[in-house]
Ligand binder design. Structure first.
Ligand code: SF4
Length: 176
C-alpha cells in the first residue's frame, strides 16, 4: 500500500498538455469581430446558444469561448440567457422532435434584426445522427439559417472566424 501511494505521488501526469490557441490569431480575429460589431450595431453583440439536440460536444467548444483562455467578452461578445436580448442565435443540432417547438419559439422571441448560425456537422446537416427516428433534420429545416459552421465539433477559433464571415457577408442583420 505504501509503495503504491509513493508511486502515485511520484508518477508524472498521464494527461497530455492542452493545445493552446494561437494567441496572435485569437487577438486578430477577436478584434476583427469587435470592429465589425461596432460598425453594424454600434455596440457589442449578444449571443443566445440553443442546443437543439446535440451530443454536447459542440457546447463544450462554445463554452470555451468564455473561459480564461479565450475570454471573448473582452472583444465585446456576450452570451445571454434570454433570446429577447440576443442578436445572434448559435444553434447546435440536429434538431430533435423534442426541441423543434422550443427552437421555433426561441427564434420568434428573438427581436429583429437577427442572425441564425448553425453550428457543427449535426447542426448543418444532421451529421452522425442522420436518419435517427428522433431527428427532424438540420437547423435550416426548422428556422432560416444565415451561416453554417461545420466541424465535429468546430474549434472556438473557427466559431469566431465564422462570426466574422457572417458580419462580412451582410451590411446589416436581416429583418424577417
Ligand atoms: S457536430 Fe459532433 S460534437 Fe457537434 S453535436 Fe454533432 S456529433 Fe456532437
Amino acid at each position: 500500500m505504501r509503495t503504491l501511494l509513493l508511486k502515485s505521488l511520484l508518477a508524472r501526469p498521464v494527461t497530455i498538455a492542452r493545445p493552446a490557441p494561437d494567441a496572435a490569431a485569437l487577438e486578430e480575429v477577436g478584434q476583427a469581430l469587435e470592429a465589425r460589431a461596432r460598425r453594424l450595431f454600434g455596440r457589442s453583440i449578444t449571443i443566445r446558444e440553443v442546443d437543439a439536440g446535440s451530443c454536447n460536444g459542440c457546447e463544450l467548444e462554445i463554452h470555451a469561448l468564455n473561459n480564461a483562455v479565450y475570454d471573448v467578452e473582452r472583444f465585446g461578445i456576450r452570451f445571454a440567457a434570454s433570446p429577447r436580448h440576443a442578436d445572434v442565435l448559435l444553434v447546435t443540432g440536429p434538431v430533435t422532435h423534442n426541441m423543434k417547438v422550443a427552437l421555433e419559439r426561441t427564434y420568434a422571441a428573438t427581436p429583429d434584426p437577427k442572425w441564425v448560425v448553425a453550428v457543427g456537422d449535426c447542426g448543418c446537416g444532421c451529421g452522425v445522427f442522420e436518419g435517427s427516428y428522433a431527428v427532424v433534420g438540420a437547423v435550416d429545416k426548422v428556422v432560416p439559417v444565415d451561416l453554417h459552421i461545420r466541424g465535429c465539433p468546430p474549434r472556438p477559433i473557427d466559431l469566431l472566424r465564422g462570426l466574422v464571415a457572417l458580419m462580412d457577408q451582410s451590411t446589416s442583420p436581416h429583418r424577417r
